[in-house]
Design a protein around this ligand. Structure first.
Ligand code: GTP
Ligand code: SPV
Ligand code: MN
Length: 585
């Protein structure tokens, strides 16, 4: 196959020459192609078959044990000026970065097939969508991209029509952590990734394109790329509100996006539009709209069960790729949090020994088409996306952050987002459970200087007077024994209801220095076994802790120097002063 886009054709030719690939395969995105690649990977051991009676068309991939998560210390933003990448990113000059990584690509596909994957992020007909082409030597990447994006012939046709596309070059290389880099060239709209076959490092449409490169592109084009799920909440009267929520990696986006309303909430329905990434645009009426650029879910497996997330539990029983889970004696996938079955092999294929390792890696993942989710909204395919009623930020915080609060204004909401901090998780290599700043849940994913990203967010106030309310939630408050105070999961609907009531001006709130909090009586706890004292704790604002939190934020902001928008320092100063005034009173 070839293409009428001569730029694409000559790029593929150049890469084939550089990498010395044996063969070139242009992906058409068909089911037959998917099946053929699965057969090939079953034959060479890249995949193994799971129990086809209990889990039809489900396969297991065991990644290299050194290659199980994103690697932020090896991820670079390559801009001419270091300042443009900002203190939030690792930086390398473009020429040096190209030289360093091209040397690794030199001859790396000898004996391998080079796959060309044209893909479209977002509905094929949407003006908000953007296309890319990933070149890879990994058939595992091809089948994942088939599920995660609109991939193949139709995407290639759109590229030929648009004329533009993001270039992503990927090779698994030797899977050597010493020869591993994920490099981004925002000004060139290109990505080069070498030495990892895992998730966000290798499926370049996802974090590399749809967040890092797209955030940069969005700034020049006047839109926003955000690490947000998109969910529709339908009340018993049949009205649906759409919310977009940003939580850091492994902090509950997939779960919230497909929440099952609890027993007490008859008549409520949840519709899933997206579980990880949203692209936000202001339409001609000033309404903020969102599309999900993805077509599938690359979700955290551990913890998924009938009680926590029945939709996910059911959708991953067929046509699913599992990465790094354990297996039972009869070859069913097994992970921590599953209430039935017993593992015999762990994620590395070794006899299961809880003293040595959990059965499933904590960052083990499922790859599944979004359409398999029972709560899938067909509006995920709508060219103009959905109107957004509220934006919600959140983090995993043992203490400090209350269950929910609302920002006082758009500009204050940008501060609330910029102030997100969260305990680290297994989604990235490194220590787990330490609080780190993760502004807008984008710390690992913003393709340029955060100060400029916040300025871009603030600029939306000039574009529309109909912007949605901004909120902050925390499902993860704990008591002294380390138990979660809030039941979470399906019960989170109770908090979403308060958020929607606020947007509809149906409920008052209490003004505090950090924002507007619900009165305890305004969070419906009917049918929930929760002590009023616990609710009080969940909705409390400890001024000493908050003063310390704001000091930490001010310190973080100081890293951005003059580039920090004055409006943001002003918002922070106001919170600090109000906290001090309350303490003095
Ligand atoms: P990424 O795919 O890495 O971006 O993660 P995510 O934000 O989609 O996180 P996900 O929904 O997969 O949840 C990650 C972990 O948090 C899982 O182990 C869940 O069981 C747990 N979790 C999700 N929601 C809640 C909640 O409301 N309360 C508690 N306590 N845990 C939750
Ligand atoms: C995340 O880490 O936020 C993920 C998984 O969604 S990955 O695709 O690896 O980035
Ligand atoms: Mn994510």
């Amino acid at each position: 196959m070839t293409t009428s886009n001569s730029e694409l054709q000559s790029w593929v030719d150049d890469i084939a020459k550089l990498t010395q690939a044996d063969e070139i395969h242009w992906c058409d995105g068909s089911d037959a192609e998917y099946r053929r690649l699965v057969q090939q990977m079953l034959a060479d051991g890249t995949l193994s078959e799971l129990n086809q009676e209990t889990h039809p068309n489900c396969y297991l991939h065991r990644s290299d044990p050194s290659d199980v998560a994103r690697v932020e210390h090896l991820t670079f933003i390559c801009t001419e000026n270091e300042e443009d990448a900002g203190p939030n990113n690792h930086w390398m000059a473009p020429a040096a970065a190209h030289a360093k990584i091209d040397q690794l690509f030199d001859g790396c596909m000898k004996g391998r097939t080079l796959y060309v994957i044209p893909y479209c992020m977002g509905p094929l007909e949407s003006p908000y969508s953007r296309c890319g082409v990933e070149i890879t030597d990994s058939p595992y990447v091809v089948i994942n991209m088939k599920i995660m994006t609109r991939m193949g012939t139709a995407a290639l046709q759109r590229i030929e029509k648009d004329g533009t596309f993001v270039r992503g070059l990927h090779s698994i290389g030797e899977l050597d952590p010493e020869r591993r880099f994920i490099m981004h060239f925002p000004a060139e709209l290109s990505i080069k990734s070498y030495g990892s076959g895992y998730g966000g490092n290798a499926l370049l449409g996802k974090k590399c394109h749809a967040l890092r490169i797209a955030s940069y592109q969005a700034r020049t084009e006047g839109w926003l790329a955000v690490h947000m799920l998109i969910v529709g909440v339908e009340n018993p009267a049949g009205e649906t509100h759409y919310l977009a929520c940003a939580f850091p990696s492994a902090c509950g986006k997939t779960n919230l996006a497909m929440l099952i309303p609890p027993e007490s909430h008859k008549g409520w329905k949840i519709w899933t539009l997206g579980d990880d990434i949203a692209w936000l645009q202001v339409d001609e009426d000033g309404q903020l709209r969102a599309i999900n650029p993805e077509a599938g879910y690359f979700g955290v497996v551990p913890g998924t069960n009938e009680k926590t997330n029945r939709n996910a539990y059911e959708m991953i029983r067929h046509d699913t790729i599992y990465t790094n889970v354990g297996v039972t004696a009869d070859n069913q996938p097994w992970w921590e949090g599953l209430t039935e079955g017993t593992p015999v092999l762990d994620w590395q294929g070794r006899p299961y020994d809880p003293e040595v390792s959990p059965a499933a890696h904590p960052n083990s993942r499922f790859t599944v088409s979004a359409s398999q989710n029972a709560s899938y909204s067909t509006l995920a395919d709508a060219a103009d996306g959905v109107p957004i009623a509220a934006l919600v930020f959140g983090g995993r915080r043992r203490e400090v952050a209350p269950l929910v609060y609302q920002a006082k204004s758009w500009a204050h909401g940008v501060l609330v987002g910029a102030g997100v901090a969260s305990e680290t998780t297994a989604a990235a290599a490194g220590e787990v459970g330490v609080v780190r700043r993760d502004p807008m849940a984008m710390q690992p994913f913003c393709g340029y200087n955060f100060a400029d990203y916040w300025a871009h967010w603030l600029s939306f106030e000039q574009r529309s007077d109909k912007l949605p309310g901004i909120f902050h939630v925390n499902w993860f408050r704990q008591n002294k024994d380390g138990d979660f105070l809030w039941p979470g999961f399906g019960e989170n609907l109770r908090v979403l209801r308060w958020i929607i009531d606020r947007c509809e001006k149906r409920v008052d709130a209490l003004a505090t220095p950090i924002g507007m909090l619900p009165a305890i009586a305004d969070i419906d706890t009917e049918g929930l076994d929760i002590d009023p004292a616990v609710m009080e704790e969940l909705l409390s604002v400890d001024h000493t802790q908050w003063s310390a939190e704001m000091t930490a934020l001010a310190e973080d902001f100081s890293r951005y120097g003059d580039r920090l928008p004055t409006e943001l320092s002003h918002q922070l100063q106001t919170v600090i002063e109000e906290l001090a005034a309350k303490d003095a009173a």
